[in-house]
Design a protein around this ligand. Structure first.
Ligand code: TZP
Ligand code: MG
Length: 210
């Protein structure tokens, strides 16, 4: 899997009146390496239409594209991979469907889940929510940066920290051992989406994460 440092997830509720593709293109121009389409409310048809448009955009800019939950949509648009939660399609089944070459990411909230994901052949894991967040309804309590330290010490596959990460607290996350960070609201809800991404990129670069 190609390395990534700055991961943006879509969240249309954070940019009312602004076009999804326009917002995500700004994020890409600001330096995002990977985009995930996450849409918990639209119909399958609508999700598919958005996925097609984002696939085109990410191809154009040579950025990775991941679909949350909808494995059929991921395959239909030839996304680079899928992201699943602990209650979604199990890793083994997701791998059988997606094949060996696609990226499979899985959310984890404790070290046992991280171990299981690594042993099960996940390509990367999500680690979070690090801080409180309003972007996820069924969210578990914040796992804090202590969980990042645990994962950094023990897990050998790439991991990305997520949940409540902002420009003002991202250093805590990097200092705990994360090399990649993922945001919804701080990026797509920004007045200057490109500018925020550039700032994240600078902070990552200063920490030696390209
Ligand atoms: N998974 C764990 S926290 C979260 C997801 C999808 C939401 C992250 O959103 P934000 O706005 O960056 O806190
Ligand atoms: Mg899910």
């Amino acid at each position: 899997m190609r390395e990534f440092q700055l991961y943006a997830i879509t969240g249309e509720e954070f940019h009312p009146g602004r076009d999804l593709i326009e917002v995500m293109e700004e994020a890409i121009l600001g330096g995002v390496d990977i985009i995930q389409l996450r849409d918990k409310t639209s119909s399958k048809r609508e999700v598919l239409a958005k996925a097609k448009a984002l696939r085109e955009l990410t191809k154009k800019h040579d950025v990775l594209f991941i679909v949350n939950d909808h494995i059929d949509v991921a395959l239909a648009v030839d996304a680079d991979g899928i992201h699943v939660g602990q209650d979604d399609l199990p890793l083994e089944d997701a791998r059988r469907i997606m094949g060996p070459d696609k990226i499979i990411g899985i959310s984890t909230h404790k070290i046992e889940e991280a171990r299981e994901a690594e042993a099960g052949g996940a390509d990367y894991i999500g680690v979070g929510p690090i801080f409180p967040t309003k972007s996820k309804v069924d969210v578990v309590d914040p796992v804090t940066t202590a969980y990042i330290q645990q994962v950094a010490a023990e897990i050998n596959i790439p991991f990305v920290a997520i949940g409540g990460i902002k420009l003002h607290n991202v250093l805590q996350v990097l200092d705990a051992g994360a090399k990649s960070v993922c945001m919804i609201s701080e990026i797509v809800g920004a007045n200057d989406v490109k500018g925020v991404c550039e700032e994240f990129k600078q902070i990552l670069t200063a920490k030696g994460h390209k």
